[in-house]
Design a protein around this ligand. Structure first.
Ligand SMILES: NC(=O)NCCC[C@H](N)C(=O)O
Length: 408
């Protein structure tokens, strides 16, 4: 049986889930890209080639790569899984009773590969090509989306995140990303790889409105030694952190959460856009945001079942991480160049590198100033192109969901 376990941020990476750019990205236009959380439209062929280089770099470094579109299509080959997904994605409350029947029957007519493509890539009025009398349809144009594309599936890091022996299937903060979670819930419930595997599901696997309890995997760093570092950012709320922590402690999978207060801004939408772990004692940070004095708390299990103890960190979160990792102090590699270069490179995900084993990271080659500093500190950087991939504001860490990684 397959093993799913993520013991750290930097131990040897063994299995990872990626998503190759596809139909949903072809449907990004200047008029819809902002709502879909992209800053620009991109050349999808080029982005695909860049992504292939990313996947190949991982394979060359001993990592087994799973692709979301394939895994979702395989999941949908179970009639039970297909119904489960369609019940949630094609509800009467989204489409109205008449159109929901029509859309569901259209999707039911597809094979599993096409179905996965359209669940992710969306459906236009022209594609549905229906005479259905639904009032919803009457007021739409041929190019309007009946089912919206969900291009941010590219960032597999955020929708679900593995933490030691379990996974959180995350209630996403932004409407444009909420439907992604249904796909991940289905995959972990029904796909043969996961169905009989032994792991915990900590949070998010419920049909409910999570209201203010949102959490995204880009904010979660499994720093090792039973600890988890979580950013309370534009996307992750204290409520989400508490609910996750309660189950991490209840299941005995983690014994400490360090929670950091981050600004609520797109440039640092997740913790991993301003800080990632590269070696035992070494992190890359964007110093403008990751200042020593940002408010931070330690959450630990209380004595009573379900109780959480909160301690405000008095010195600094940097020192708290060093204590947790049992190293004398952290080496911090700042985003490179002068203030202008650093801000430009942070925006282009210079800090968002993916560590494949201690001291070896994958990052966008364009971030030359930061790479130079990392290399001077003894980090090996495996460069990948990101001229098009980077336009959704995510780097190698954002575009990968580790399924298996060694402890440190
Ligand atoms: N962990 C990350 O920072 N993920 C990048 C997500 C980018 C995506 N366009 C978003 O806005 O959600």
């Amino acid at each position: 049986m397959s093993r799913f376990y993520v013991g750290s941020e930097i131990g040897q990476l063994r299995k990872v889930l990626l998503h190759r750019p596809e139909l949903s990205l072809r449907r990004l236009t200047p008029s819809n890209c902002e709502d879909l959380l992209f800053d620009d439209v991109l050349r999808v062929e080029e982005a695909g080639k860049e992504h292939d280089i990313f996947a190949q770099t991982l394979r060359e470094n001993g990592v087994e790569v799973f692709l979301l579109h394939e895994v979702l299509a395989e999941t949908l080959s179970s009639p039970e899984a297909k119904n489960w997904v369609l019940d949630r994605q094609i509800s009467e409350y989204r489409f109205g009773p008449t159109l929901s029947v029509e859309v569901r029957s259209y999707l039911n007519g597809m094979n599993n590969v096409e179905l996965a493509s359209h669940l992710i890539g969306g459906i236009t009025v022209a594609e549905l090509n229906s005479e259905c009398p639904s009032p919803v349809l009457q007021v739409m144009r041929e190019t309007d989306f009946i089912v919206d594309p969900i291009p941010n599936h590219l960032f597999t890091r955020d929708t679900s995140c593995w933490i030691y022996g379990g996974v959180s299937v995350n209630p996403m903060a932004k409407p444009a990303r909420k439907r992604e979670t249904v796909h991940l819930r289905a995959i972990y419930k029904f796909h043969p790889l996961f169905k009989d595997a032994d792991f915990e599901v900590y949070f998010g696997d419920e049909d409910r409105n999570f209201e203010l309890s949102t959490l995204e995997g880009g904010d979660v760093l499994v720093i090792g030694k039973g600890a988890v570092l979580i950013g309370m950012s534009e996307r992750t709320t204290p409520q989400g952190v508490e609910l996750l922590a309660r189950n991490l402690f209840k299941t005995g999978q983690a014994n400490k959460v360090i929670a950091l207060q981050l600004p609520k801004a797109r440039s640092c939408m997740h913790l991993d856009t301003v800080m990632t772990h590269m070696d035992y004692d070494c992190f890359t940070v964007y110093p403008d945001i990751m200042r020593d004095d940002i408010p931070a708390w330690e959450l630990t299990p209380g004595k009573a079942a379900g109780e959480i103890c909160y301690t405000r960190i008095k010195d600094s979160f940097i020192k708290a991480i060093a204590r947790t990792l049992e190293v004398p102090e952290l080496r911090l590699i700042h985003t490179g160049g002068d203030a202008f270069e650093a801000e430009r490179e942070q925006w282009n995900d210079a800090n968002n590198v993916l560590t494949v084993r201690p001291g070896v990271v994958i990052g966008y080659e364009r971030n030359v100033y930061t790479i130079k500093k990392m290399e001077a500190a003894g980090i090996t950087v495996l460069p990948i192109p990101g001229e098009d991939l980077g336009r959704g504001r995510g780097g190698a860490r954002c575009m990968s969901c580790p399924l298996e990684r060694d402890d440190i």
